[in-house]
Design a binder for this molecule. Sequence first.
Ligand code: IPM
Ligand code: MN
Length: 346
Amino acid sequence: SRSINLAVIPGDGIGQEVVSQGLKVLRAVLPQDVKLETREYDLGARRWHRTGEILPDAELESLKGHDAILLGAIGDPSVPPGVLERGLLLKLRFAFDHYVNLRPSKLFPQTATPLAGRPDIDFVVVREGTEGPYTGNGGSLRTGTPAEVATEVSVNTAYGVERVVRDAYERAKARPRKKLTLVHKNNVLVHAGHMWKKIFDKVGEEYPEVTTDYLHVDAATIFFVTQPERFDVIVTDNLFGDILTDLAAAVTGGIGLAASGNINPTGAFPSMFEPVHGSAPDIAGQGKADPTATVLSVALLLRHLGYETEAARVEEAVAADLTERAGAAARTTDEIGDALAVRVAN
Ligand code: IPM
Ligand code: MN
């Protein structure tokens, strides 16, 4: 019989609240014969304050044994910036070689968007997840003096670029429009930018059915707002992808709806699914957080594990729920989770 051995990292702030709803919907949508086992990992700000630990080796090792990871949010104002982000979230993405950071953007019917009359936003950003300016390569000189210097060096390997570009071509090929846009800044970042473009063009020779395009990242931000329908699949580096996907979320109903998957396509390590949003400490514990981004991340998780029917059912439930939401009274985190669980069970 089938089974899913899931690691759960609720993390900080609203993480616990939204992850509970994600699990609720997951349990409701899974067929009877699928055995769901979950193990919760106590990682994040509370753990750090209590023990000083961020991600002990034993837990990293144990996480490897799961089929997938569901993560809520990492980061808390009581911890210096970067400690948990680098030591936990990015450490997991790097250790488990999550080189495809998949972030779909779809404008569901009835969803509030600042872009009036644009019903046709449906693209996916393939953000590189293990390289670029996120590697921590850089340093500080003469700290605390007027002559201080800080460098943050973007690392781009042909190996790393080619594998994510190839994954993006495969995704574009599988979609009806078959269009892939490379976003970079090769008019200024000539070293990395030219390598990305060269590899993008070379791999593209193997995908004659895919239409390609190139945009500088600044121009891409304009088109996200003025012409989002021009995008199908986008491939870009780690930092550009981080920024673009927040903008993408803002134009498709807000950060409360944006899902993501940190994917290791080879299956060598478990992939990790998490809402794009952060820990939102200002509203934590108040039942105000929208769990929809986590629920949609559960849909990505289901699809990744081969449960396509169930993934689609979750997405349909969200679409229906969002349609009903328009003009209705605000609901709590729990109420939204309950409503979605009821929908997917039917
Ligand atoms: C995200 C977040 C992270 C990132 C932070 C918290 C390290 O902003 O998942 O988009 O920059 O990747
Ligand atoms: Mn981000």
